[in-house]
Design a protein around this ligand. Structure first.
Ligand SMILES: NC(=O)c1ccc[n+]([C@@H]2O[C@H](COP(=O)([O-])OP(=O)(O)OC[C@H]3O[C@@H](n4cnc5c(N)ncnc54)[C@H](O)[C@@H]3O)[C@@H](O)[C@H]2O)c1
Length: 352
């Protein structure tokens, strides 16, 4: 149901014409007849022009303010490198647009807070693309938590690990443009999924250890090549988050780590009455020593990224659907910062 105040079609502008804008944002918007992509901007004009041509977008820009002034968009997708999220989100909100911003929200909690406050002040929707929470698997586990299937969950493990998966494109190995390595890039996804299923419990204390052992020595992997001399981020981080309710969350994340698997992106939850694995959703316990499956999905939902985009558009159109909102984005950014701080100082960081 479209809200009376929602323009139709929704006019969308895209900032940052890279791979996620291409494969996810523009690809999704193109499936909707009630959405029209009107402009794309990239700091490399030829990149914006090629993108515009590929997606039949009528205008390509190199300056974000010129674009926002000229095209009068209703919605902006921010798909630029992390360092620019804050400026692009604030500019889009100030121009009166609803915003879908790629993860991570920003580089620092202070920036995510500014973005949160700006969204509240302008009354516009600000959503972050933490898409794993939109998987049917994640929804199923969240419902089970609310139904009390697990009892108290006191141990959670979140893993975002790759055996040789340093991104060879973009700026993912550059700390000043990215804010960090696997934690802020992929660990943050499993952290959000875990926090979402747990219902965002308050955090008491954080400890962490980070390493740079392989990314600055190797120069190629499954996602291309990089310059080890320019590898300025951590290549692995192992952290523990203690909740005020007594529960503990372990987070292990790495771009390159000598593990058996090629990649692990998963979360498991251990409660008093049952436990669960997220992808694919599987809930289990035992009865009198007999191992029992309570619920199991055959395969993990591979449409979660499109579901995240769909939730955003429907939310903008006035439907009461869940989004990864500016408040939760700020909390996740605080946890990322606390994990980095704890690893850097070699001591725990207390949050409440
Ligand atoms: N949700 C997900 O799973 C997911 C997946 C991939 C990327 N991302 C996020 O999306 C963002 C972009 O990642 P990507 O993989 O598409 O990278 P990319 O390098 O493919 O694309 C980034 C684009 O931004 C452009 N750019 C650089 N500086 C800019 C500026 N100041 N203004 C405007 N454009 C600028 C670059 O020219 C490039 O075209 C990152 O924040 C990343 O974390 C999220």
């Amino acid at each position: 149901m479209m809200s009376a105040s929602t323009p139709s079609p929704l006019r969308v502008a895209i900032i940052g014409a890279g791979q996620v804008a291409d494969k996810v944002h523009a690809s999704y918007y193109a499936t909707r007849s009630d959405v029209q992509m009107v402009a794309v901007m990239d700091s490399r004009l030829e990149q914006a022009q090629a993108f515009a041509q590929r997606h039949a977008i009528p205008s390509a820009w190199q300056d974000v303010h010129d674009m926002l002034r000229a095209v009068k968009a209703d919605v902006v997708s921010v798909c630029s490198p992390n360092r620019f999220h804050v400026d692009h989100v604030l500019a889009a909100l100030a121009a009166g647009c609803h915003v879908m911003c790629e993860k991570p929200p920003a580089m620092t909690p202070q920036q995510a807070d500014q973005m949160r406050i700006a969204a509240r002040r302008t009354g516009k929707v600000l959503a972050y693309d933490f898409h794993h929470r939109f998987a049917r698997d994640t929804q199923l586990l969240r419902e089970a938590v609310l139904k009390g299937t697990f009892g108290e969950i006191y141990f959670t493990t979140a893993q975002a690990l790759r055996r040789c998966g340093v991104p060879g494109w973009g700026v993912f190995t550059n700390k000043s443009l990215q804010g960090g390595g696997p934690l802020i890039d992929i660990g943050i996804h499993m952290l959000d999924a875990a926090m979402y299923v747990l219902g965002f419990p308050a955090v008491k204390r954080v400890t962490a250890h980070s390493f740079q052992k392989l990314g600055n020595r190797k120069n190629c992997g499954q996602f291309g090549e990089w310059d080890p001399a320019q590898f300025t981020v951590e290549d692995a981080l192992f952290g523990t988050i203690e909740f005020c309710n007594g529960g503990v969350l372990r987070l292990d994340t790495s771009f390159v780590l000598n593990i058996r698997e090629q990649s692990i992106m998963n979360v498991s939850f251990c409660g008093e009455k049952a436990g669960a694995t997220l992808f694919p959703a599987h809930i289990y316990n035992d009865e009198g020593g007999i191992l029992r499956t309570i619920t199991q999905r055959e395969e993990a939902d591979d449409q979660r990224h499109l579901r995240s985009m769909e939730a955003f558009v429907r939310h903008v159109m006035g439907e009461p659907v869940m989004i990864a909102d500016a408040e939760q984005g700020w909390v996740i950014q605080q946890l990322v910062a606390a994990l980095y701080e704890a690893a850097e100082k070699g001591e725990s960081v207390t949050l409440c």
